[in-house]
Design a protein. Structure first.
Length: 474
């Protein structure tokens, strides 16, 4: 498979294309919000499936040229979302596990059909070092907005408490409506993004296919070649630990808000909606920060801050320094903490995604071949697989601390204090070691602004001298 190398694409991307590219991330953001905030809660605490099996089903679901795949994924993913939150009544535990596994696989599979080719568009749309950060920033901004729309709608509309804290989220009849809402949202986002980026197709590298568009054997060969890139290995190593911690904290976050902090649904919805402020703060600051300190240095500084800042509310509660549950100051306390933590997390995610794009050019310099699709596929699958393992681990931990199942036993006020203490210990300081390991990998990264400038210069010289081989399934 070969192509004629196009001239260096050091262009600025127009706002309409940035927005269209970003809208597609709503599908991933909405999926993440639904899976992380509501899915394990629904199947474990409401329907009574053991946390280990709920987490295992979500983890199993990970096993599973661009725009055709993107268009194809929209409607099936929307339908799978509805099925995920609408299991038939009267299923046994094994049948419930099978239902959850099957529809979670469907959601993950069709999301992959969209996210991998869509993500692979980014490195081709621009080779500009800072423009890539801006492009990814729009994707993260709009994706997070999609996640917040699902979270806020869930807490304020679908699971609003009527009489006591927790009654809305423990009512099984509320969940199919959420499935319809999220299904329509993700299908619409995928179609809008695919149509909005359709105009860039003529500018992309055109390839001559020698053999099938995709084969497992070729993908394995390309993945092995991609993994010879030092930067990709370092970024994957960091993801191995940080995504595991994220997966655990996402599953346990709803439990923390409900049973540790005892927030009613309206306050959880308010907290979710308030994340738009750190989201916008992170979006606004990531460009200037990366331009001032370089992507690698910025990630290291932001990660150190997040590691120290993250567990503070739980530690303060253990020390008797946090506001009591029910206090009007508690929500302000948690919101103020989240303002800086979420802003840092947003910037870290944007910069890591941008560095993966830079690594594709480093790989071209080293090998003479382009593998954007392979890089995106490897990083996407690894990140989601490890995050899925974190979801599974979160479910296991719910069983380890013997968190009650069933709407009566799990009602707020009925859960033993020792169980709540263990929940806070795991979800707070217990995850720090994972984040420290992830940070260590980033310190090994050698792909700096200066290194990327050298890479771009050499590739620009090559562009006018000879064609570049291309092996890419994306």
């Amino acid at each position: 498979m070969t192509e004629a190398r196009v001239p260096s694409n050091d262009r600025q991307v127009g706002l309409p294309i940035r927005l269209a590219y970003g809208v597609g991330a709503i599908a991933d953001g909405a999926k993440n919000a639904a899976f992380n905030s509501f899915l394990v809660l629904y199947y474990t605490t409401v329907l009574g499936l053991p946390g280990t099996l709920s987490g295992l089903a979500v983890f199993i679901a990970l096993w599973g040229r661009r725009h055709p795949f993107m268009y194809f994924s929209a409607i099936p993913m929307g339908l799978c979302f509805y099925g995920l939150f609408a299991p038939p009544d009267g299923l046994t535990e094994n049948q419930l596990f099978g239902w959850l596994t099957a529809f979670a696989i469907g959601v993950r599979l069709f999301l992959t059909f969209y996210m991998v080719p869509s993500g692979a568009l980014g490195p081709e749309m621009t080779t500009h070092y800072d423009e890539r950060t801006r492009l990814v920033a729009y994707r993260w901004l709009i994706g997070w907005i999609g996640a917040l729309v699902v979270a806020v709608s869930g807490w304020l509309v679908f699971f609003a408490d009527v009489e006591v804290v927790g009654d809305g989220r423990l009512d099984a009849a509320n969940y199919p409506q959420l499935g319809v809402f999220v299904g329509i949202l993700v299908a619409t986002a995928i179609l809008v993004s695919s149509l909005g980026t359709h105009s860039v197709i003529p500018r992309l590298r055109q390839i001559d296919l020698a053999g099938p568009l995709f084969s497992l054997a070729r993908f394995a060969t390309d993945a092995a070649a991609a993994l010879r890139n030092h930067s990709l290995r370092v970024l994957l190593g960091s993801s191995l630990f940080s995504a595991t911690a994220l997966g655990v904290s996402e599953v346990l976050g709803t439990y923390m808000n409900t049973w540790f902090w005892e927030f009613p649904s309206t306050q959880i919805g308010f907290l979710a909606g308030a994340q738009v402020f750190p989201l916008l703060l992170g979006f606004a600051l990531v460009g200037p920060i990366s331009e001032r300190w370089d992507k690698r240095k910025a990630v290291i500084g932001l990660a150190l801050f997040a590691i120290l800042w993250g567990p503070l509310p739980v530690l303060m509660r253990f020390a008797g320094l946090a506001p009591e549950n029910g206090s009007p100051y508690l929500i302000a306390f948690i919101m103020g903490h989240g303002l800086f933590l979420v802003a840092a997390a947003i910037q870290i995610g944007i910069l890591n995604s941008s560095m993966v794009m830079d690594a594709t050019d480093e790989h071209e310099l080293e090998s003479g071949e382009r593998r954007e699709g392979t890089f995106i596929a490897v990083t996407t699958f690894t990140g989601k697989a490890v995050s899925g393992f974190g979801n599974f681990l979160g479910g296991v931990l719910l069983d380890v601390i013997d968190f009650p199942r069933g709407s009566v036993d799990a009602a707020v006020g009925n859960v033993p204090e020792q169980t709540i203490f263990q929940l806070g210990l795991v979800a707070g300081p217990g995850l720090v070691i994972f984040h420290l390991c992830g940070l260590w990998f980033i310190t090994r990264l050698r792909l700096t602004r200066e290194r990327y400038a050298e890479i771009s210069s050499v590739l620009a010289e090559r562009a006018g001298a000879r064609p570049t081989a291309r092996r890419d399934d994306g």
